[in-house]
Structures are given as C-alpha cells and as structure tokens.
Design a protein around this ligand. Structure first.
Ligand code: ARG
Length: 387
C-alpha cells in the first residue's frame, strides 16, 4: 500500500478524507500541526486512529510559527489589502514544510490536505510542498470527491462510522491559531449582513468592554516586541497576553471582503487582537526612527510582502530577498510605544527610542528653535523649479 501523509485537523473534511483515501488503497498517516489552535490533541489523535489512520504525528509548531513566520511578517508590516494580518496564511507554509519532512521520515511519496478547490489554502499548501520537494504527489480529496453538500458528507461519515463532533456543528468555517482567528460561511456570505455577535470568541464586544481605558507599554528590540509594561516575555507569551488584553477591550475585529487567489471575492471576519496592537505599535515606532524615504519605500514593499504571503509564495526568492531588506531596516526599530486600549480602539499616545530621528529643537515653535526659516525660501523655489 502506498503511504500518504494527510494534514489532519480532526474536523469533518479531513476525517472523511482518511476513509476516502483508504478506499482508494492508501495507507493514511495523519499529521496534526499544533499552531496554537488550543484543541484537545489527545482526542484528535484518537479520532484519527478510530477513523483508520495507521499512525498519527502530532507536532508542536508554536515556537517555530512565531519565530519564523509571525515575527518576520510583523517586521515586514505585512497586512493584506490593508486589513488582514494573515494569521491563517502564515500557518500554511509552516504546516506544509513539516508535512514534507514527515513524508521523508515515513518514506511516503504522496501528500493530502482537506482544502476545498475554491480557497487560498490549497494553493499555499501545494506550492510550498512542491517547492520543497517536487517529487511528492499531492491529492486533495475535497476537490475530487462526490459529495456536493455538507449534508452528503455527514451522511458519508455516519455510514462509515467516522467519529465526528456533532457539538461542533456550526454554520461557520473557522480557522484558528495563536496569531488569530478567521471566520467565514453561513450568514456571513452576504456582505450586507452584520456579523452576529455569536461568531466572536477572542474578542469582547466593545459595548461590553470596560468603561476605563487600559494603558500599555510595549518594548521593541530590532523590530521584535520583547516586553509588556517593562516585563520581558517570550514572543509566544507576549502574543498570548496581547490577545487576552486586546480581546477584553474589544480590539481586533475585522470585517472585510477580500480578493482570493482563485479570482473570487469572499467575505471574511477576523479576530486578531495581538496582531492589531503589534502592527499599530510597530508602525508608530517606525515613524519615529526611520527616515522619510525609507519609511515610504518600505511601505510599498510591505504590500508586496503581504501579497506573497497571501498568495502562498513563502518559499520563493523574492520573499527571502525582502526578508533581508526588512531585517536590515529592523536594526533601527527599537524603543517603546505607549498606547491605550478602550472599547475596540488601540490608540497610540506616546513613543520613544534611542534611535529617534525626532528633533525637538527643529520641530518646536518655542524658544529652543534652531531651524533657520530663511533657508525655506530658497528651498521652495528650487523645489518647484522643474515644473
Ligand atoms: N481568507 C483567509 C485566507 O485565505 C482565511 C482562510 C481560512 N478561513 C476559514 N474560515 N476557514 O487566509
């Protein structure tokens, strides 16, 4: 029997995929990536075995996710279409990388995933895997199988005694990891319909958030957030704390219509308190420490970087070159940002840095002023001269 490594989540699609692939003569080895989705992995493991997986690998990828994916994207200022902090998109190339590694370890030649043919994730998984090992074959059961609706799929699961979690029967499709949560489907498919409160799990409604603002200080060292209120934290804990703190104050809800890779527009809701705060703080610090041309030029490339992440092009030359570029810039991005969280808003109220380019004696209209205003006259004449 040919071995196949299935990226397994424990949900309906990947559970049915185990049986479906077995029916086509594969020995299915399940691979479960822990990217901080906070699931019961013991239970997921059991479910995979009971459904017919010959073996289950559960791999803790949280540390690597933060260090090699989340932080570089933060440093790059990567936000897709100005709104999406890319939590789901960033996890895919990491999962694919480990799926390929497990294939090598198990001497398997085929990979499988549970993505549909309409989404971005299929592209991210497959492009990454193919770049890392083009010899591997990839099968996407959901693109191939006969079920037209979710009901048909559930019926298949029941017929094959696949243990599915009926309590999780929700009209929404959700993806979650330590950096954020993505929600789609159900009533959200109508972009005119306001998201019902029930879809949110990480964030309190601003209406229910505390009536007093919470002040927070965040320290950065070379583009990496390292401390909250002066207390040094490991990146993973720092993100966790900002998610809680932000979530309690209703920070980080995003409602958008985005352009998918396959040409479809889709309505997606995101909850990402930590990412919202981190990007706001990073941007503010950059405004203080970077010269004008670097700042403006960088922002164009941030957009490009976000596209590359969204498009599944993580393992490509351009993305790696841009990492080197953003890394160089981040050398200056150290300092502290002070902000307040209040009913859905994260407002920066102060910033300081040993690398600050702000010169009070140039900016001031007070006594300390050293700016020679007479120079402005000649500057303006020459500035307009070409035109
Ligand atoms: N639209 C987002 C992306 O392409 C999230 C995809 C997964 N979302 C979900 N609800 N299952 O990265």
């Amino acid at each position: 029997m040919k071995k196949i490594i299935l990226a397994y989540s424990g949900g309906l699609d990947t559970s049915c995929a185990i049986k479906w692939l077995q029916g086509r003569g594969y020995e299915v080895i399940a691979f479960v990536a822990d990217v901080g989705q906070g699931e019961d992995f013991g239970l997921i493991k059991k479910r995979a075995r009971r459904t017919g997986a010959s073996k289950v690998h559960v791999v803790n990828l949280k540390q690597e996710f933060v260090r090699d994916y989340v932080l570089p994207a933060l440093r790059a200022g990567a936000v897709y279409e100005n709104k999406y902090y890319l939590a789901t998109a960033l996890s895919r190339p990491l999962i694919a990388r480990h799926q390929v590694a497990i294939a090598h370890q198990e001497k398997a030649t085929v990979l499988a995933h549970g993505c549909t043919g309409k989404g971005n994730d299929q592209v991210r998984f497959e492009v990454t895997a193919r770049l890392l090992d083009p010899r591997l074959e990839i099968i996407a059961p959901v693109r191939l199988w006969e079920f037209k609706t979710r009901e048909e799929e559930i019926e298949y699961a029941q017929r094959h005694r696949i243990p599915i979690d009926v309590t999780k029967k929700s009209p929404y499709s959700v993806d979650i990891n330590l950096y954020g949560r993505s929600i789609e489907c159900g009533v959200l498919e109508d972009p005119w319909v306001e998201p019902p409160e029930e879809i949110y799990k990480l964030t309190l409604s601003p209406r229910k958030a505390p009536h007093v603002a919470v002040y927070v200080e965040l320290d950065f060292q070379q583009g990496v957030p390292v401390a909250i209120n002066g207390r040094a934290l490991k990146s993973i804990d720092l993100i966790g704390q900002l998610n809680v703190l932000g979530g309690q104050n209703g920070i980080g809800r995003v409602d958008m219509v985005e352009n998918r890779l396959v040409g479809i527009k889709s309505r997606e809701i995101y909850e990402n308190p930590a990412a919202t705060i981190l990007h706001a703080a990073r941007h503010e610090l950059e405004c203080l420490v970077l010269d004008r041309e670097t700042l403006h030029y960088k922002e164009m490339l941030s957009e490009k970087y976000a596209e590359l992440v969204y498009y599944g092009l993580w393992e490509t030359p351009l993305k790696k070159q841009l990492d080197a570029y953003f890394n160089k810039i981040a050398e200056r991005v150290s300092g502290t940002v002070r902000f307040k969280l209040y009913k859905g808003n994260c407002t920066v109220v102060g910033r300081k840095s040993p690398n600050s380019r702000y010169k009070e004696e140039l900016a001031t209209y007070g006594k300390k002023d050293v700016f020679d205003q007479k120079l402005a006259e000649g500057f303006i004449k020459l500035w307009g001269l070409p035109f």
